[in-house]
Design a binder for this molecule. Structure first.
Ligand code: ADP
Ligand code: MG
Length: 687
């Protein structure tokens, strides 16, 4: 139903919350409950309890200190309680006239002068009591609880709640789960005898059912999109002898690690098939993903197809792929093949030349930023797409890349790379549609990085340390945080640090790189640092990922408490790439309250305790929760509302095992189940 002028504000709010179908309303579950089923005595209550009492008003006065308020005393025969109202009308004073018996509901605060309640809800005493707990729903201002309760209950009454679990499945589940219909009715109107604890921590069998339902729906829709993809066609690339691939292997200045060999084989097997590859290559910073991508690209190019490589920013594209191009381009020459660059800042003339190379197929390799997937880019024969730092790209962009095949029903193989490993439970849920290859070994000869957490007040010691590294011919990164709201402030900070370090290190070249510099200037600074002439690079987070300077041995992160965990881990991975002993210094400043936030502290602690990317990712998930971890860009993936990946691993495993059986043996149930949970919203699950 389209929005129209005759809709009331609550109706519009319902739509905004996605509560359109009866089943959506039935699945809109309470956040918590209030108990209006009984009257308690003040004497039996504890501080902080949400209570409902009946009492007689013994005094009712307006006080003016510390500010104007209505002060009321009530007595329930077991104890007295003071009620405070900072906003009040004559009608309230009338309802609370001395001698009146009233029913009050509110949070009880203990105090020096006995019990108090602020702004309790008031009714005349003696009315009927509720027979079920009162649900409190997630809502918005335009949608009052009472109205929402009414529409939810009527939706619940109308909705089709017939079971979509295959026969026999519900009985097998442990811990026990209830049938859907019973579970939903109960959760909307629980009987007063239930333990509120099992509702709050969602261990109640009614909640277990909802979680099982939700996880199964998620698994089904992911599996479905995987199977839809399997019906599409990609070109099959066979390994050929004497091609670019084998020449590249021979030309590499190092031997692949066992882990690299393994993932190369997994990828080669995928792209040898006609089913489109949809693979995530994860490996810690510095584990050597780029060469794996280069080898995959070589296979596609040997087979006569084009390969596109995409990175989230221009500087990253350049940094990430410089080496790769350095390896491949010489091998292209004899074959008349070219590399094309596509970036946003390109001059029109250059861009048009590049577009022509891409369209004619002369460019075997097309490298760049988002510019690669723009509409006017037409590939002759795109066979493989590689996305570096995939988590920085949105779902829509991945879809656009996959649509770059000229023939309908076909799509390129897709290889996504990420240095932020996906924790197992996330891989099993949100990323169930992905195949995952993992490089779990660093190239030999790396020295472990020592991480030090140091207060900003000891900055001088850090500068000393830089001096000694520079004296030994080593290079140093100093990263200042990017404050999103205030790029200007950000810049001042980086500029001041740059000046201070330049003054403290006479004779050494100290460079500055920040997000507002024109691309050409950035490039010039980077090449001085990469070339080794520049000893210290002060920068905002632009060097976050991908820069490869093996001679760099010290990474200083200023205001480390402001950085995200995976971001810090990425930054730390910029050092320790060569044989020199390397260190990472996390400089922290106490905030305006003189202490670190709890999350900030947890992040620094995690950094100090481990350099293992998987452990970092696990802790990150723990600190931030999956919503944040996945990031706003990933929000195309339907978020889990009820299931919690930290506690519901058993249900997740159950759903994962059941989904394929269900699609095969009970396709109609599977379809109904997914439709019930996702309605029309599953489009983006396919990316
Ligand atoms: P990341 O996985 O972070 O993208 P890179 O691909 O940038 O890592 O590799 C980091 C560095 O390690 C590069 O200088 C690369 O050439 C080098 N490298 C990759 N594989 C090996 C290997 N098997 N042995 C030695 N050095 C390697
Ligand atoms: Mg990389």
């Amino acid at each position: 139903m389209p929005v129209n002028a005759t809709m009331t504000a609550p109706q519009k709010a319902l739509r905004k919350l996605g509560l359109e179908r009866d089943i959506d309303l039935a699945l809109h579950l309470p956040l918590r409950y209030e108990d209006e089923t009984r009257i308690v005595k003040l004497r039996d209550s504890r501080e902080g309890d949400l209570v409902q009492i009946e009492a007689t008003v013994t005094s009712c006065d307006i006080a003016y200190r510390p500010r104007r308020q209505l002060l009321v005393t009530v007595d329930d025969d077991s104890d007295t309680c003071v009620l405070r109202f900072f906003t009040f009308y004559p009608s309230l004073q009338k309802a609370l006239a001395v001698g009146n018996r009233v029913r009050l509901r509110g949070e009880l605060k203990g105090g020096f002068l006995g019990w108090t309640m602020m702004h309790p809800a008031i009714k005349p005493a003696g009315g009927e009591l509720a027979t079920a707990l009162t649900p409190v729903y997630p809502t918005v201002a335009a949608l009052p609880q009472a109205y929402l309760r009414k529409v939810v209950l009527s939706g619940l009454a109308r909705a089709d709640l017939s079971d979509t679990f295959p026969p026999g499945v519900t009985q097998q589940l442990r811990p026990q789960v209830w049938p859907l219909q019973d579970a939903l009715r109960f959760l909307h109107q629980p009987t007063p005898d239930v333990s509120l604890g099992t509702l709050e921590d969602k261990t109640h069998p009614a909640w277990q059912r909802l979680k099982a339902e939700e996880l199964l729906a998620q698994q089904l829709s992911q599996l479905e999109s995987k199977r839809e993809r399997a019906a599409l066609r990609s070109p099959a690339f066979a390994l050929t002898a004497g091609g670019i691939h084998s020449q590249l292997l021979d030309a590499l200045p190092f031997k692949l690690t066992l882990a690299q060999q393994r993932v190369c084989k997994e990828i080669a097997q995928d792209i040898a098939r006609e089913m489109p590859m949809h693979r995530l290559l994860q490996g810690d910073v510095g584990s050597g993903k780029t060469v794996v991508a280069a080898l995959a690209a070589a296979i596609a190019i040997d087979a006569g197809w084009q390969c596109a490589l995409m990175a989230p920013t221009e500087i990253l594209a350049e940094q990430h792929f410089r080496k790769l191009i350095g390896w491949l381009e010489p091998l292209f020459v004899a074959r008349g093949l070219r590399v094309a660059w596509l970036t946003g800042s390109q001059k029109k003339k250059e861009r048009n030349e590049m577009l022509a190379l891409v369209a004619s197929g002369e460019a075997a390799l097309v490298v760049g930023t988002h510019a690669v997937i723009q509409d006017h880019v037409v590939f002759k024969r795109l066979g493989l797409a590689v996305i570096d730092e995939q988590h920085r790209f949105g779902v829509a962009q991945r879809l656009a890349l996959r649509a770059k095949m000229s023939e309908p029903g076909h799509e390129p193989h897709l290889l996504m790379m990420s240095a932020t490993p996906i924790p197992r439970t996330l891989a099993m849920s949100y990323y169930a549609d992905l195949d995952v290859s993992t490089i779990d070994e660093l190239p030999p000869g790396r020295t472990p990085i020592v991480t030090k957490v140091i207060a900003d007040s000891r900055r001088d010691e850090v500068v000393e340390r830089i001096r000694s590294q520079v004296a030994q011919g080593r290079q140093v990164y100093w990263v200042c945080p990017l404050i999103e709201e205030s790029e200007a402030l950000d810049l001042t900070n980086a500029t001041e640090t740059h000046e201070a370090l330049s003054a403290a290190l006479p004779g050494a070249m100290v460079g500055l790189l920040h997000s507002r510099m024109p691309p050409a200037e950035k490039k010039a600074v980077m090449s001085l640092f990469v070339g080794g002439q520049m000893a210290v690079l002060v920068s905002t987070t632009v060097i976050e990922v991908g820069v490869d300077v093996p001679n760099a041995s010290l990474m200083v992160i200023e205001h480390a408490e402001r950085f995200g965990l995976s971001q810090m881990h990425q930054l730390r991975g910029r050092v320790g790439r060569g044989s020199a002993a390397s260190a990472c210094v996390l400089l922290y400043s106490l905030g305006e309250y003189g202490k670190l936030s709890e999350m900030g502290r947890a992040r620094l602690k995690a950094m100090a305790e481990t350099t293992d990317g998987f452990e970092i990712a696990r802790r990150d998930l723990e600190i931030r929760g999956p919503g944040e971890f996945l990031g706003a860009r990933q929000s195309g993936a339907a978020m889990l509302r009820f299931a919690d990946l930290a506690t519901d691993v058993a249900l997740l495993e159950w759903a994962r095992a059941l989904a394929p059986q269900m699609l095969d043996l009970h396709p109609e149930l599977a379809r109904r189940h997914a439709a019930r949970w996702f309605g029309g919203k599953s489009e983006f699950l396919k990316a």
